[in-house]
Design a protein around this ligand. Structure first.
Ligand code: UD1
Length: 342
């Protein structure tokens, strides 16, 4: 059994890690890196820190418009898959790498399984929503992380090829959490923050309002800036380091999770970080109109605040006890996924 995982962006390295560990000695598993992310802090560092096996190829697709980036990945993936001819291709999440790799594989007649299938924001202005819908409809097998994702797939007539396995990120998070709990970490009165989504960074007024709101936070805001945020802030001449904000570089996964644990709350527009905050019992303000991870909204642990209207309140003081997190599975998603490919 030959399996190829195709990944290219930071959140996908976090998702492929448990598959890479679990496949060791069980099947022939190889990774193709599309090169969508290429800065060491968004890419290479994740492979070493998470002990992911080295990619057998890098397509160096780099940055570009959606069409350019997707097309480069499509062409590069086809070339590599023709050489390897695997039994299965595994694709992850909702990036341009996901949809391009899926299209290349299915057109070669190679079976595709989508990990983290069935998520929907119902907002087609998000490039990720288009990528998810396309990938789910083209794939042969859909591994869903939550009941809600299964429900979405059923509603689109995809129930027959769907399976609830839980979330692979739980495994990566457990791996890192164990290391953090044995190191020394201290909770401090500060907020962990990231902003990177196109809908928040790519419009001057919108970005300006978000930065203005963050700068007025009651507590210091540690803003870990993705390259897209830095690029857009520079283009729009917006000062990121202002008021309560301390500007920082993106961190390794270990440092990111440690910083979340050391904070009292999180402000983000990232899907992954919303869910990680929830799993780590840190309240979150999500700078979006909607979320695919609706389970996190229970009891106010995650609140949607697209215009950061409550940033000046004590939003991180959630009155309820942390809820049970079993809706994301038992931490055995990778085992269920690999088991179902045989
Ligand atoms: C991509 C995904 C998004 C995911 C995010 C995680 C798509 C459509 N979007 O968004 O779903 O949440 O990754 O980070 O696939 N850049 C660098 N160095 C890099 C990579 C990017 O400087 O290593 C800069 C470039 O200026 C680039 C910009 O960041 O144009 C955006 O990168 P891109 O991969 O197009 O999208 P992300 O915003 O990272």
């Amino acid at each position: 059994m030959r399996i190829v995982s195709i990944v290219g962006a930071r959140p996908q390295f976090i998702k492929v890690a448990p598959i890479s560990w679990r496949a060791e000695g069980v099947c022939d598993h190889a990774i193709i890196h599309t090169g969508q992310h290429y800065d060491p802090e968004l890419s290479a560092n994740f492979f070493s820190e998470l002990e992911i096996s080295e990619p057998i190829a890098n397509l160096y697709s780099g940055s570009g418009s959606h069409a350019v980036q997707t097309a480069r990945i499509l062409v590069g993936t086809e070339e590599e898959l023709m050489k390897i001819n695997p039994d299965w291709v595994l694709v992850y999440g909702d990036t341009n790498s996901t949809i391009a790799a899926t299209l290349a594989a299915v057109k070669l007649g190679i079976k595709v399984a989508h990990i983290e299938a069935g998520l929907r924001s119902f907002n087609r202005l998000m490039p990720e929503e288009i990528n998810r819908i396309g990938t789910d409809h083209l794939s042969d097998l859909l591994f869903a992380p939550t009941e809600k994702a299964i429900q979405n797939l059923n509603e689109e007539g995809l129930g027959d090829k769907s399976m609830l396995v839980g979330d692979v990120v739980v495994e990566t998070l457990n791996f890192i959490k164990e290391r953090i709990l044995t190191s020394d970490f201290q909770r401090q009165e500060k907020i962990f923050a990231t902003i990177h989504r196109a809908e928040n960074t790519d419009y001057r007024e919108r970005l300006l309002n978000i930065i203005r709101a963050l700068s007025q936070s009651r507590l210091p805001v540690m803003l870990y800036a993705h390259p897209r945020l830095l690029k857009k802030a520079q283009e729009f001449e917006i000062e990121l380091q202002s008021g309560s904000i301390t500007l920082l570089k993106p961190n390794s996964y270990f440092q990111t999770i440690k910083s979340i644990l050391e904070s009292v709350g999180v402000i983000t527009d990232s899907g992954g970080i919303q869910k990680e905050s929830y799993l780590l019992d840190r309240p979150c303000l999500t700078v979006r109109q909607e979320t695919e991870w609706i389970e996190t909204l229970v009891d106010g642990w995650n609140q949607l605040d697209p215009n950061l209207e409550i940033v000046e309140t004590f939003w991180w003081k959630v009155p309820s006890e942390p809820t049970k997190k079993l809706m994301y599975g038992n931490g055995d998603a990778s085992q269920l996924i690999l088991g179902n490919l045989f």
